[in-house]
Ligand binder design. Structure first.
Ligand code: ASP
Ligand code: MG
Length: 412
């Protein structure tokens, strides 16, 4: 008998029909003998609808009232799902965040969980009930309702699993797992059986959005086994877990992430003297613009080109800041490029495989793709390329690193 925390997202509970289907699914787990804590999101579109209502009243309502408003979405689903379970003959009880006592700090609309009281839930679990908890919400020390930030139900589920020492935290969603890359780009992308927390964080932050990244970090910190699986089809999904002890042969690369969200800026011909890097980036960060990749190299003429990337939304602002810096530092010129893409290969196997970077660069050069920037970490190599080669690069790397699903090839 296992204790499972199961989280169902907005689309999984998007209609009353779907809520009934989820109730049947949960009931089957319960009948198998497992203890079940269910965490639900608001019905799909509901949180956005509520935010829209607030905008009809005023542009910037107080964060406290926003939390009172948006937390109602999840309160609707816990009641409906508990009713559906009871109707199906399965004893169930709903809990708001405050009723569990999920205590958070007072940072309204982006609160952090401070503690979870498992006492109330335990007695209902011991009495054989399914517990249905509202995701995304908590309560601060003085009783104000708080919310955890968009997509926060994933974090609620992981936090409850950690507090209850659950055997697994299962995130049910509209995809059947985490894929080696985006199946819309590579049609023989493969569902991964397993991925480590670290790899998942790299994959997600680089653009494969299946799970709230904060929830993955949380699960990694407390070593909560996390599984992503489909609400609508049967299957094992993808298990996100700690790294293997090395007993199994790891492939060099587990997945390929990419994004088109960045833009590149270059300051050409900057005097190569101490303090220049900070003089370039300080005015950028003063504008609250985040910098991702940075490349600098010194030429023979004691001048340097300084290149960095920012989010595309910040491109225009960053460019005008840089134009000013260019004058102040007496650099030759400043340039910018919006049409870039970042492609990254990710894998803990890189730690024990030599030559992964070389292979990546060779594969790209064979396709005539020019690499504009490179950055590496222990388990990731990222390159910036011209956006028009993005799909070609991802497909070529996917097959070069043996990630293609061979089953689809055999069947055809
Ligand atoms: N309903 C909230 C949102 O849309 C929380 C969640 O679904 O995880 O962000
Ligand atoms: Mg979500």
């Amino acid at each position: 008998m296992a204790l499972l925390v199961q989280k169902y997202g907005g689309t999984s509970v998007g209609t009353t029909e779907r809520i009934k289907a989820i109730a049947d699914k949960v009931k089957r787990f319960k009948e198998r003998g497992d203890d079940i804590v269910v965490v639900v999101s608001a019905m799909s579109g509901e949180t956005n609808r509520l935010i829209g209502l607030s905008k009809d009243i005023m542009e910037e309502p107080t964060p406290r009232e926003m939390d009172v408003l948006v937390s109602t979405g999840e309160q609707v689903t816990i009641a409906l799902l508990s009713m559906a379970l009871n109707h199906a003959g399965c004893d169930a009880v709903s809990y708001t965040g405050a009723q569990v006592r999920i205590t958070t700090n007072t940072a309204h609309t982006k609160a952090r969980i401070v503690s979870i009281d498992e006492h109330n839930m335990r007695s209902d679990l011991d009495a054989g009930r399914v517990i249905v908890v509202a995701g995304f919400q908590g309560v601060d020390e003085t009783g104000n309702i708080t919310t955890l930030g968009r997509g926060g139900s994933d974090t609620t589920a992981v936090a409850l699993a950690a507090a209850l020492k659950a055997d697994e935290c299962q995130i049910y969603t509209d995809v059947d797992g985490v894929y080696t890359t985006d199946p819309r780009v590579v049609d023989n992308a493969r569902r991964m059986e397993k991925i480590t927390f670290e790899e998942m964080i790299e994959m997600a932050s680089l653009g494969s959005k299946v799970l709230q990244i904060r929830a993955v970090e949380f699960a990694g910190k407390y070593a909560v086994p996390l599984r992503v699986l489909s609400s609508f089809t049967e299957g094992p999904g993808t298990l996100i877990t700690i790294e293997d002890d090395g007993s199994m042969e790891q492939p060099a690369v587990s997945g390929i992430a990419f994004n088109r969200d960045e833009a590149k800026l270059t300051l050409v011909g900057v005097p190569d003297i101490p303090g220049v890097a900070s003089k370039i980036l300080r005015p950028i960060s003063d504008e609250n613009i985040e910098v991702d990749m940075i490349v600098q190299n010194v030429g023979l003429d004691k001048k340097t080109d300084f290149t960095f990337t920012v989010h595309r939304n910040d491109f225009k602002r960053a460019k005008s800041v840089l134009d000013e810096v260019c004058i102040n530092l007496q650099a030759e010129t400043s340039a910018g490029d919006n049409d870039i893409a970042k492609v990254s290969i990710v894998g803990v196997g890189m730690r024990s495989h030599a030559g992964v970077a070389t292979k990546m660069f060779e594969v790209l050069s064979e396709e005539g793709i020019n690499i504009q920037m490179i950055s590496t970490s222990e388990i990731k190599i990222s390159v910036v390329i011209d956006e028009k080669y993005l799909e070609l690069a991802v497909r070529t790397l996917h097959s070069a690193f043996d990630l293609d699903d061979t089953k689809t090839v055999e069947e055809s």
